[in-house]
Design a protein around this ligand. Structure first.
Ligand code: AGP
Length: 608
């Protein structure tokens, strides 16, 4: 996720040093390019490139820039590859206005065409670059700088945290925010603008948090904020931050994993921004292929399983999910009529890359869904969808799993529409559910937290447990079990519920916890039978089911998690997994383990 910083120093020309250090402390957010713009003696100098801060600083000597006002940015690519041109800050045609931006400007292509028609020359592929050119346009029309900035911002659709400096106004930083965080830092002889509090905590603890549609400018001893929606000036009182920088990086959460669990509503909302063209392009490959093979490792494999079930629901052709490290040995049918979809959060998993290369040799069309733009899997694919989950730092995948299932759900609906399995109206209704599901995700997290915490006390004392599901409930069961074993070190088996009587049931004894995934679909009656079967042998059932479902009566109220209705059961992994992530997290905490640093595991597994 991109990081922004801006700073003005009084009586010092070392602003670039502050920007560099602040950007360093934003590194944890993940990025692929970096840049700074400093204003001095009526000129703006920009230094930027793809790569990590240390590398770019070594190459370009970012710190060597002299000036007292500047902005800096770490970029997590969304529009356009990581490159020198696409790195922020971006300039207008005259080179006197510099802008850095987090978020996505949805109407950038219309704005870009309009500005290009007026003679503006664009140097990058980014959505952001329209902003300095829009401001330049306003100045050409004779508007004062702040008015030109305001008018430019009012033309933007989408999300933004924006900072701007201008050579003509060297004692101010202009800012605006909508749906992307931005804070201001106040000090006696300096002021700061930043996307994230930790980056400026070593300079000031007096922070002003901006709200949606806030716009204004800041200078040393000067602050103007108004709200574009309220159409009025607003006062935002500073707060004194007392957290440590580390706690601040986690946004007040004790662990990245918990933060990322709570970020899922936002990640799902952002993920709806995957372009229709992109989805259509990939769905066309899926529809045109004779067979489809989804491959991945770990959590991403569970998302593949959900994706395969969704596609099978609509398309009449061979579709399967396979663990990527098995592809070369199981030798599934792959030829030039195969569409292979590799799913990977990091985009670097070696097992998945090897399976992709193997499939390519067999002639398959190689497609992928990744969360990291420019990753190896992205680069080696014929076509890719890059998700908008934002970087995931916790080793245990949480928000990337729900975003993967969300992406695959959108893909399945699009493929169903293209193939005629769904008409336009039916597809529209399902797409609406997928656009709105982030709200239900927030509701599930709110409802589940206390229950998960108290149930964790029980799980923390057990050696073993089962997670059972059928059909689309199975990937959720597998993922719930993986979370429990990888961070809480409780042996957890995810199993097809029907298969559990063919062996695993032998382990069940008094008080043995069994988690049942029970979306309201054709598997529900069978799951009810499995609950009875397990309960009769002394198991303690934990049930995840829809609001008002009588299945919950098979257990005590504090052992049932309730999911809001109104969403296709095919999308159920997105919501039903949330209580299981919380359960694993709190079990790890109760057992005294650090969920961000599970033993023997790495975030990105780049060996076979
Ligand atoms: C899940 O919590 C793990 N981090 C792991 O199973 C992971 O999903 C797997 O290693 C695949 O990683 P990828 O999505 O980056 O390819």
């Amino acid at each position: 996720m991109c990081g922004i910083v801006g700073c003005i120093l009084q009586g010092s020309s070392e602003v670039a040093k502050v920007l560099r250090d602040a950007l360093k402390s934003l590194e944890y957010r993940g990025y692929d390019s970096v840049g700074v713009a400093v204003c001095s003696e009526g000129r703006i100098t920009v230094k930027k490139d793809a790569g990590k801060l240390e590398e770019v600083d070594r190459k370009l000597n970012l710190r060597g820039l002299k000036g007292s006002v500047g902005i800096g940015h770490t970029r997590w690519a969304t529009h356009g590859r990581p490159s020198q041109e696409n790195a922020h800050p971006h300039l207008d045609c005259t080179g006197t206005i510099a802008v850095a931006h987090n978020g996505i400007i949805e109407n950038y292509s219309e704005l870009r065409s309009e500005l290009a028609a007026r003679g503006h020359v664009f140097r990058s592929e980014t959505d952001t670059e329209v902003v300095p050119h829009l401001v330049e346009e306003g100045l050409k029309r004779g508007l004062p700088l702040y008015e030109a900035f305001k008018q430019a911002v009012s033309r933007l659709e989408g999300s933004y945290a924006l900072v701007m400096i201008a050579a003509s106004s060297p004692s101010r930083i202009y800012f605006a925010r909508k749906d992307s965080p931005l804070v201001l830092g106040l000090a006696k002889k300096a002021c700061y603008v930043c996307s994230d509090i930790p980056a400026i905590l070593s300079y000031t603890r007096d922070i002003v948090t901006l709200r949606n549609y806030d716009i204004g400018y800041i200078g040393v001893g000067e602050l103007w904020i108004e709200n574009l929606k309220l159409k009025a000036p607003v006062k935002r009182a500073p707060m004194r931050v007392t957290w440590s920088a580390e706690a601040a990086q986690k946004g007040g959460y004790p662990h990245f994993m918990l933060k990322e669990i709570h970020e899922q509503p936002t990640a799902l909302r952002e993920n709806s921004r995957i372009s229709r063209e992109q989805l259509e392009k990939m769905a066309k490959h899926v529809v045109d292929a004779d067979n489809v093979l989804l491959i991945a490792a770990g959590t991403s494999y569970h998302a593949c399983l959900a994706g395969a079930i969704q596609l099978l629901n609509y398309l009449r052709k061979p579709i399967s999910a396979m663990i990527s490290s098995e592809v070369q040995f199981m030798k599934p049918h792959i030829d030039s009529r195969t569409a292979l979809i590799a799913v990977s959060q990091s985009g670097e998993t070696m097992d998945t890359l090897k399976a992709m290369r193997y499939a390519r040799e067999m002639g398959a069309k190689v497609l992928s869904i990744v969360n990291v733009f420019g990753s190896t899997i992205h680069r080696e694919s014929d076509d890719t969808i890059v998700m908008f989950a934002g970087p995931e730092i916790g080793v245990a995948a949480t928000k990337t799993f729900t975003a993967q299932v969300h992406t695959l759900s959108m893909l399945a609906v699009k493929a169903a529409e293209l193939s005629g399995a769904l008409d336009h109206g039916e597809a529209g209704k399902l797409n609406m559910q997928l656009r709105e599901i982030w709200k239900a995700a927030g509701e599930v997290i709110r409802r589940s937290e206390i229950k998960a915490k108290s149930l964790a006390e029980y799980f923390a004392r057990r050696h073993s447990c089962f997670y059972l599901g059928r059909g689309i409930g199975l990937p959720t069961a597998l993922e719930g079990a993986l979370k429990m074993k990888e961070i809480a070190y409780v042996h957890a088996e995810g199993y097809p519920a029907g298969e559990s009587k063919h062996g695993p049931i032998a382990l069940v004894e008094e008080g043995f916890p069994v988690v049942f995934i029970a979306p309201r679909d054709e598997t529900r009656a069978k799951i009810a039978g499995n609950i009875e079967e397990m309960s009769a042998r002394g198991a303690k059932p934990i049930i995840v089911c829809e609001d008002g479902d009588q299945l919950a009566e098979y257990t005590q109220p504090d052992c049932a998690f309730h999911i809001p209705p109104g969403y296709s059961p095919l999308f159920s992994p997105i919501l039903y997994v949330l209580p299981l992530q919380l359960l694993a997290y709190y079990t790890a905490i109760t057992r005294g383990y650090d969920p961000d640093k599970p033993r023997n595991l790495a975030k990105s597994v780049t060996v076979e």
